[in-house]
Write a protein that binds this ligand. Sequence first.
Ligand SMILES: NC(=O)c1ccc[n+]([C@@H]2O[C@H](COP(=O)([O-])OP(=O)(O)OC[C@H]3O[C@@H](n4cnc5c(N)ncnc54)[C@H](O)[C@@H]3O)[C@@H](O)[C@H]2O)c1
Length: 378
Amino acid sequence: MADISYGLIGGGVMGLEHIRYVNKMNHADIVSVVEPNKLQRNLCKKEIPSAEFMSLENLLVSKNIDAVIVSTPNHTHFEILKLLFKSEIKNILLEKPVITDPGDVLKIKKMAQEWGGKIWVGMEYRYMAPISELLKETQAGTIGIPRMMMVREHRNPFLKKVGDWNRFNKNTGGTLVEKCCHFFDLMHLFLDSNPKKVFASGSMDVNHINEHYKEGKPDIIDNAFVIVDFENGKRAMLDLCMFAEGAKYQEELSITGDRGRIDAQVPATWAKNSDEPTNGRLIVNMRKSLRPEVRTISVPKDLLKIGSHFGSTWYEHLGFLSMIRNNLKPEVTLNDGLRAVIIGMAAEKSTRTGRQIDLDGIFDNHGNVISDVSELRC
Ligand SMILES: NC(=O)c1ccc[n+]([C@@H]2O[C@H](COP(=O)([O-])OP(=O)(O)OC[C@H]3O[C@@H](n4cnc5c(N)ncnc54)[C@H](O)[C@@H]3O)[C@@H](O)[C@H]2O)c1
């Protein structure tokens, strides 16, 4: 019998991934679910037959819930968080991006402080095995002082979502917020400094062009380059292409320092269902040796099969559970989630204006968001 009980708000694609990983854990159960869509409710019921399906109002006053997972469309996060922050629930795992409107950044920070619970933002990419190995090597000083970081994601187009919410910037915050906040979070984690300047170029060139919905034609971009300069002089770039599902590796990261470069490669999502090897790789290229060392990074097949993020959601859940049981701090804080979103908002603004966006004065010396960023609204 599990000793920690979860509520789940939103049982769509990502909510079902959370259910499957929580089901694998011995010490946690999802006991309550809020899901307005009948089809999704039925899919959830198949995975967790004993869970109770209820309204959000009822979940907020439940006495038997230790933690809540929020996995609803991006534009609903702010209103749901507002309600959770008034409840007795003290542990939240919130899917990224934290919010979609730049005007809500300081409001959400203030409300979270008044609430006083723990919120962990779902930055699953931190827990992809090749990426966490890359971080360990970087922090161990293998390549000396990191100077440059490159992130490439070449993947399939956005999946179809319940109600097609992800086709519109007003619901997602824009592709560079929705999808790429993961990468901006990684840039900060690896380069350990506040973002200073952001320049981006992107557009919708291939996907969604012939799609039509009740709300009109999609307005999200499907490819972009983004350059981010950091206060400590380090720099990073993102190369995003969402019409490149043929790529063997979906995410490729390189971090280069004065002594060498290390690459991390994460296999494409389709590889888990094919005969292709599903292993990731770490490639250590030192300037002195000129002989790259290739390391294979594998994840147990059962972890790969039940999710779409190279098993990372499992490792995230282990951390979240440990936070609750051992009264630890969240590894991915609300501030981390907001910082990543702010870089994404600046990048969206840059693609639309053609200008570099300065982030001076937005963060304090500890990386905390301290200023209103409403002017990033597009
Ligand atoms: N971390 C990752 O790598 C990752 C991957 C995919 C999605 N996500 C995030 O997860 C969240 C959900 O995305 P998804 O892909 O599951 O979308 P989805 O459309 O498949 O699922 C969203 C679900 O939420 C339900 N819903 C909508 N409004 C609700 C409300 N007010 N209360 C309760 N339920 C509500 C919908 O009926 C739907 O079933 C998004 O924020 C998305 O950005 C994160």
